[in-house]
Design a protein around this ligand. Structure first.
Ligand code: S3P
Length: 184
């Protein structure tokens, strides 16, 4: 398979954990955009935010995505905010199958409970922060996505199996919709 797959969706929707599991099953290389950025910069995302602000981080994120999208045969876990920039949405749509891992704020809160690394989660009221982000971003995820996958609360292996199946069906049957996915 030489096509790319891009996982989009909010923090805690499982882009990295699911992507890592599903990529080898599809014969794709796995790339996590934030990890790649951290590897190149030699510091954590939180430090980039601290030194360069969110604007600096977004610029680096955009440049890296544009570079990576030129290659093929990859499953890429993007950062939750990558869809904010319309140029990124265009790059994603043009260069692969875009899959939105949709998660509720309640699910995000549960999954991110112990997270202290994500700068945008450093808010007094996480629920409110995540709700606002969802309101702003959900229309953008919807705009960019070719396929929507409901990231439910169930064991990771079962969810990876379902995601794999959903992508496989989309790629091979074209218009097969089931209870896991909605297509457009
Ligand atoms: C962000 C999500 C993070 C990371 C950065 C900003 C966001 O990635 O890119 O902290 O704006 O939602 P994950 O979605 O992998 O947590």
């Amino acid at each position: 398979m030489d096509q790319n797959i891009f996982l989009i969706g909010p923090m805690g929707s499982g882009k990295t954990s699911l992507g890592r599991r599903v990529a080898p099953r599809l014969g794709l290389d796995f790339i996590d955009l934030d990890e790649e950025l951290e590897r190149r910069c030699g510091v954590e995302v939180a430090v980039i935010f601290e030194i360069e602000g969110e604007a600096g981080f977004r610029e680096r994120e955009r440049e890296l995505l544009a570079e990576i999208a030129l290659r093929s045969g990859q499953l890429v876990a993007t950062g939750g905010g990558s869809v904010l920039d319309s140029r990124n949405r265009e790059v994603l749509c043009r260069n692969g199958l875009v899959v939105w891992l949709r998660a509720s704020v309640a699910q995000q809160l549960r999954r991110l409970e112990r997270d202290r690394r994500r700068p945008l989660l450093a808010a007094p009221d996480r629920r409110e922060r995540l709700t606002r982000m969802a309101e702003q971003r959900n229309p953008l995820y919807a705009e960019a996505a070719h396929l929507v996958f409901e990231s439910r609360n169930r064991p990771m292996p079962a969810m990876a199996e379902a995601l794999h199946e959903s992508i496989h069906k989309h790629l091979h049957a074209g218009s097969n919709a089931d209870d896991e996915s909605a297509q457009r």
